[in-house]
Write a protein that binds this ligand. Sequence first.
Ligand code: MYA
Length: 391
Amino acid sequence: MESYRFWKTQPVTRVDETVETEGPIEPNRPASEIRQEPYPLPKDFEWAIVNVEDPVQLKELYELLSLNYVEDDDAMFRFDYSAEFLNWALKSPGWKREWHIGVRVASNKKLVAFISGIPAHLRVNTAAQTLVEINFLCVHKKLRSKRLAPVLIKEVTRRVNLEGIFQAAYTAGVYLPTPVGTARYYHRSLNPKKLVETGFSHIGRNMTMARTIRLYKLPTETTTPGLRPMQPTDVPQVTALLNSYMQKFPMAPSFSEDEVRHWLLPVPTVVFSYVAVDPTTTKITDFFSFYSLPSSVIGHPVHKHINAAYLFYYAPKGLGADEERTRGLINDALVLAAKENFDVFNCLNLMHNQSFVDTLKFGKGDGNLHYYLYNYRCKELKPEDVALVLL
Ligand code: MYA
């Protein structure tokens, strides 16, 4: 039984708690009641803002994460977020440099730990929250288990509280007190040969490599009429379409036009977004996006990376009432991802995703992704109630 020495001091739902009323656990505090000075770090370390607009510092962050961030349980793969991706992920509208928090070794200034927050808007049932999304918590492998993570978490909390925000959302593979919901990863092979060679997947019983390749073969062309890459002028329509689809889900982000412009306009090698345009009305009927997050293959002699695409936000025509439409749309996403040389297409069983995973030949992964809210009590949600995709 875990004791949660740190987490039991925090305003989060207890593991054994039954939630009756939803809402904040602790009230907001005025800035005058919030600690003004940074939390102390162990000696030899110092706080440093990581300026992601400085290519040198962005590269330092990239290197810290590429060598020390999340691995699978068997330590075969490690997320390898690109520098371009980090620059995108950390600079959403309203971002604050003070929330890109690094820890450096005082003597040689080496970056050894990081945590970030970005502002966001989330609706939980009927309550709209302005909160932060916390991501990229990382402590260098050589400094693990020294209770640095709690200091990073307390420091980001303090800096966020100083700006008048008291709630946060975050996801993690590890179980902590207490998930508001738990999702599963699904994987759709695009390049089965490479996935098998790297040990990411295995040839099924009674299958050969040739049959496996045939099984996952995709058409070369998409089928949704009027599909094309999203453009800047599409932002107002995509915002309206996406926000109305989001209404279907008890926990969902709400997007301003600026946020859609930032998160959903294509960024080369980072995020890919498409709209379907009705040829007669010229109105946008559907939209989908996916992002690129490679994983390094640890210690493989030939393959250095698996190029993975992850399903991001989407909104189907008829707001998902027509399951076949959604399936067609996601199949087109697979076709486009295969063309872009992705090896695998991943999604979680959020939103209406369960309705297409089997037909489109996704396989259930073994990883769980837990969703958490900080300082907010909420009844447990099923994965299909959740429409928040964190990077
Ligand atoms: S999830 C991705 C997390 N990163 C990784 O998994 C990368 C590889 N691992 C590491 O870098 C380290 O192992 C980390 C822990 C840094 C994860 N979330 O310092 P420690 C608790 C929250 O001795 P280390 C993401 O980025 C653990 O239960 N807590 O441990 C979202 C224990 O507490 P307790 C975690 O291994 C992050 C304590 O830390 C996590 O050296 C959301 C041990 O500390 C985790 N993923 O370092 C953060 N893993 O004793 C919360 C371990 O109680 C944000 N722990 O069991 C909360 C909202 C804050 C803002 C609020 C604003 C209002």
